[in-house]
Design a protein around this ligand. Structure first.
Ligand SMILES: Cc1ncc(COP(=O)(O)O)c(C=O)c1O
Length: 419
């Protein structure tokens, strides 16, 4: 089923015309498809067949409460990286015992709150973090279940800013220090070793790096067994890419099947965790933006739109390519090659270069595949309020986050007191 679909000239998401949302909610505005988020999550679930597994949705990709609520209703687990994300999961109806806590710099307060609510597992990234966690757990009279996040030194062949499994990155514990870290954990009070974790990067479009990281973890699990340390779950992280332009990533079915086969050849009793973010929500969202002006500077044509790099950072941050199409196609207008640019005072505020579009001022453009690392990375740069978020559900749509107001932007600030 096509969730984004053109009916005559109008682009629909499920059964709602995107031009209607733009008109009623205004632009810029994020839109998400409930049905596609559910379908993407279920694709992972089916891929495991009856094998024991947990799909821990990576909240960082899109943390809107409605998105989390839809996933919680499906029985999803959650991978969080901050106490803010934890509170979101709880508020959306997620269960604390289905939460895995990743992140390289968990603070004292974050560890304490997560222990208090009783999360499932901490993916620890250093011996100091283990020691801090043990101290807090003793004080609270709790036991902290842990997995050590191992850095397998695997090249995920992705953009360098989102490659996290190379040994020179800050993430995880080096392969050669992993056993020592587990031995330390085994001797710390109020710490219970339950698993092993890795996450090698994001927007990975080949299976090979995942398999390489997996083999590395299976080797470690065997080494740990010889030291009397038993691992019950193996968390292979997230990172599966989506098709933005012409990428051809493996689908969850083939990737998971390949991984399950390898794991079960060695340890059929292991529970496998995955932490997908982008591949659950990425293609289920889009950003609607209106053309404010068309202008030409000597040789170049520009479509100046009302969304900027503060609303959608990926093009500026990673030089990422995202498809841009009109919400309503024009038959009578001649197409031209445009640079689609935003209002922010940076030359990098280029949302798409050399796009062939048949458009007029006032038209709505749809920036596709914006459901992951879109709104969550938005900011107030240039004092621009962040855009609203809308979830489409069949023939209905719901505003699931209102547009920020200038008053909200200024509310936490003040001028100096008078002398
Ligand atoms: C620890 C961890 N797990 C899961 C993810 C989700 O990755 P993705 O959205 O590429 O699936 C990330 C994101 O980088 C991460 O850091």
């Amino acid at each position: 089923m096509e969730f984004f679909q053109r009916r005559n000239s109008a682009l629909y998401l499920e059964d709602v015309a995107l031009s209607k949302i733009a008109e009623r909610v205004g632009t810029p505005c994020y839109v998400y498809s409930r049905a596609l988020i559910e379908a993407n999550w279920r694709a992972y679930d089916h891929a495991f067949g009856g094998k024991p597994h947990s799909i821990c949705y990576a909240v960082k990709a899109n943390s809107n409460l409605a998105v989390l609520g839809v996933l919680a209703d499906l029985g999803s687990w959650f991978d969080i990286v901050s106490v803010g994300e934890l509170e979101r999961v709880l508020m959306a109806g997620g269960r604390p015992e289905r939460v895995v806590f990743s992140g390289v710099a968990k603070t004292h307060d974050e560890l304490e709150r997560a222990l208090q609510v009783g999360i499932h597992c901490f993916d620890v990234e250093s011996i100091e973090e283990l020691q801090r966690l043990s101290q807090i757990a003793q004080r609270l009279d709790k036991v902290a279940a842990i997995a050590v996040r191992v850095n397998p030194d695997v090249d995920a062949k992705t953009h360098p800013y989102i490659a996290t499994g190379l040994k020179e990155t800050k993430f995880g514990v080096g392969f050669n220090s992993a056993v020592e870290t587990y031995l330390t954990a085994a001797n710390l009070p109020n710490i219970e070793i339950t698993g092993i974790a890795a996450h090698i990067g994001s927007q990975i479009t080949e299976a090979a790096p995942f398999i390489e990281a997996l083999e590395c973890m299976l080797t470690l699990i065997q080494q740990l067994a010889t030291q009397g340390i038993e691992i019950n779950h193996l968390d292979i992280g997230g990172g599966l890419g989506i098709r933005y332009q012409d990428e051809a990533p493996p689908n969850p079915q083939s990737l998971i099947e390949a991984m399950v086969k390898r794991v079960h050849a060695k340890r059929p009793d292991l529970t496998i965790y995955v932490e997908p973010g982008r591949s659950i929500v990425g293609n289920a969202g889009a950003l609607l933006t209106k053309i404010e002006y068309l202008k030409s500077n000597d040789s170049k044509h520009f479509a100046v739109v009302d969304a900027g790099l503060n609303d959608i950072l990926r093009p500026a941050l990673y030089k990422a390519w995202q498809n841009i199409v009109p919400a309503t196609e024009r038959k009578e207008t001649q197409p031209r090659e445009y640079d689609v640019v935003g209002p922010v005072c940076e030359t990098s505020d280029l949302l798409g270069s050399k796009r062939r579009l048949a458009v007029e001022s006032g038209d709505v453009l749809v920036i596709m595949d914006a459901g992951a690392y879109g709104h969550v990375m938005s900011s107030n740069y240039n004092s621009r309020p962040r855009p609203p978020e809308v979830m489409v559900d069949g023939g209905q749509y719901h505003v699931v986050r209102r547009r920020e107001t200038i008053n909200q932007l200024l509310a936490a600030e003040s001028v100096l007191p008078a002398n």
